[in-house]
Write a protein that binds this ligand. Structure first.
Ligand code: SAH
Length: 252
């Protein structure tokens, strides 16, 4: 009998943002596979086997899941947010490709990704065309990141930056903010949304001219508005940020 790999996004933090389909797969699996801190957020039931691994062992983790399922087991591979966004789903298919196919069923279940969770807290900054870019240069060259950020800024996309900064990569975000200031107006809203839907959630909005790398940490997603992104009053002293759904014609 062939087994099954479920690739499950746990959502950004609070379990209320985990989908019923993800819960169902987590219940059904006999093996839970993932990065230790993410597995710590998954409900573990009696009889389930937990395979926690380090952040850098993604391909090994994917191969383990395929091997277990190839032997008839039901496996849940967990990621935070959506497993298809800078996460394990793509690694799993990389392993399938390496192994020349999968001897099991695979189901990828969607989750709430950090940028949509963050956007919802502050209004609707992703209301019109946007892109998501990881600033981590672990898996792609730094030059590629700069090239993509510049192209996206020139095309006037709203941008969501994942992996903006870490202790091993302290300088990239500053360089990206400098680049953005060459292209975008200094009053462009920048949202730093940290630990969204966790007890220490923190959301800060600043104009691009005042944005600093110290406003982000590794649990932050940063959203940079387009030229159309605007703010409206929210209660006494706050703001909602949104990007209108209608775009002006491109000037010649
Ligand atoms: N698969 C995940 C992204 C993994 S990459 C998803 O769909 O959300 C890790 C990056 O995601 C972090 O560096 C941060 O930029 C972002 N992130 C993950 N959880 C977050 C949260 N609760 N609040 C803000 N950003 C988060």
């Amino acid at each position: 009998m062939s087994g099954h790999v479920y690739v499950v996004g746990l959502g950004p933090g609070d379990e209320c943002h985990r989908t019923p389909a993800a819960d169902d797969a987590l219940k059904r699996a006999r093996h839970l596979v993932g990065y230790g801190p993410y597995l710590a957020r998954a409900p573990v039931r009696d009889g389930q086997v937990v395979h926690a691994s380090d952040n850098r062992e993604e391909l090994d983790r994917a191969c383990l899941a395929l091997d277990l399922a190839g032997a008839g087991e039901t496996v849940a591979v967990v990621s935070s947010g959506d497993a298809g966004v800078f996460a394990m789903a793509a690694t799993l298919f990389e392993a399938v490709e390496l192994q020349g196919g999968a001897g099991c069923d695979i189901t990828v279940l969607p989750g709430v990704t950090a940028m949509t969770a963050a956007a919802a807290r502050i209004g609707a900054p992703l209301g019109h065309d946007f892109c998501a870019i990881s600033l981590s240069d672990n898996l792609k060259p730094w030059e590629t990141i700069l090239q993509r950020v510049r192209a996206a800024a020139e095309a006037d996309f709203v941008m969501a930056f994942y992996n903006p900064i870490s202790t091993a990569r302290p300088w990239q975000l500053g360089k990206v903010l400098d680049l953005l200031r060459e292209v975008r107006a200094p009053d462009t809203p920048v949202i730093f949304a940290a630990a969204v839907s966790r007890p220490d959630e923190r959301i800060v909005v600043v104009p691009l001219g005042e944005a600093e790398p110290g406003m982000a940490d590794m649990r932050t997603v940063a959203i940079v508005g387009s030229s159309a992104t605007r703010s409206v009053p929210r209660g006494a002293d706050g703001v909602w940020i949104y990007t209108p759904r209608r775009a002006a014609p491109v000037s010649a």
